[in-house]
Unconditional design. Structure first.
Length: 191
């Protein structure tokens, strides 16, 4: 009888610790604007320039499901109940492709390699994409653009203030910062 009672108690406890308290977050993606499709120019007959955005690499502490939060100058925690809805590296790449497509009209921006060998390549390494104890959102890393036998390496570091507390606002702030970095990358590409 005691064994059956212990099993019932264990089942009751496991039911109380369900996934109901977990929250999943996704970076918002910029919707393409009307007329943003890319085609061959009728005047020159030339295809648009192509940019391949390689899969984004993230530091190990960012590669899990939990959203990272810096609790002191040297300590980080990974949330157990506030999780990325899909892997962060994939979200960052998809968001970057979407944002660069908006920022680079006339370009074919893709997260997959195009059929031709004539494309520029963008590699991005994200070392920080987290909240911080002082109410700031941190985005750090570097990117490398290879274009026409030239290579440009650019570090980035954004520290953004959150408007409100909570993980939802942290994700919105991180997304806004990522869009800002995409605009910076597009500006360098257009130079």
């Amino acid at each position: 009888m005691k064994k059956g009672l212990a099993i019932c108690f264990a089942l009751l406890l496991s039911a109380c610790s369900s996934d109901a308290d977990k929250h999943y977050y996704q970076l918002p993606v910029v919707s393409p604007s009307a007329g943003s499709e890319v085609s061959v120019s009728p005047v020159t007959g030339m295809a648009p320039r192509s940019l391949w955005v390689e899969p984004v690499t993230v530091s190990d502490y960012l590669s899990g499901n939990g959203i990272a939060y810096q609790t002191s100058d040297v300590q980080y925690v990974i949330a157990a109940n506030n999780l990325w809805a899909s892997p962060l590296d994939q979200q960052l790449q998809q968001s970057l492709v979407s944002n660069l497509s908006q920022q680079l009209p006339g370009w074919l921006v893709s997260g997959t390699m195009t059929g031709s060998n004539d494309y520029d390549t963008l590699s991005v390494n994200v070392t920080g994409f987290h909240g911080r104890y002082d109410g700031k959102a941190v985005i750090t890393g570097s990117w490398i653009l290879q274009s026409n036998n030239k290579t440009l390496r650019q570090p980035f570091s954004l520290i953004l203030s959150q408007d409100k507390d909570g993980y939802a606002d942290l994700v919105r702030t991180l997304s806004a910062g990522w869009q800002k970095e995409a605009a910076q990358i597009a500006q360098k590409i257009n130079q």
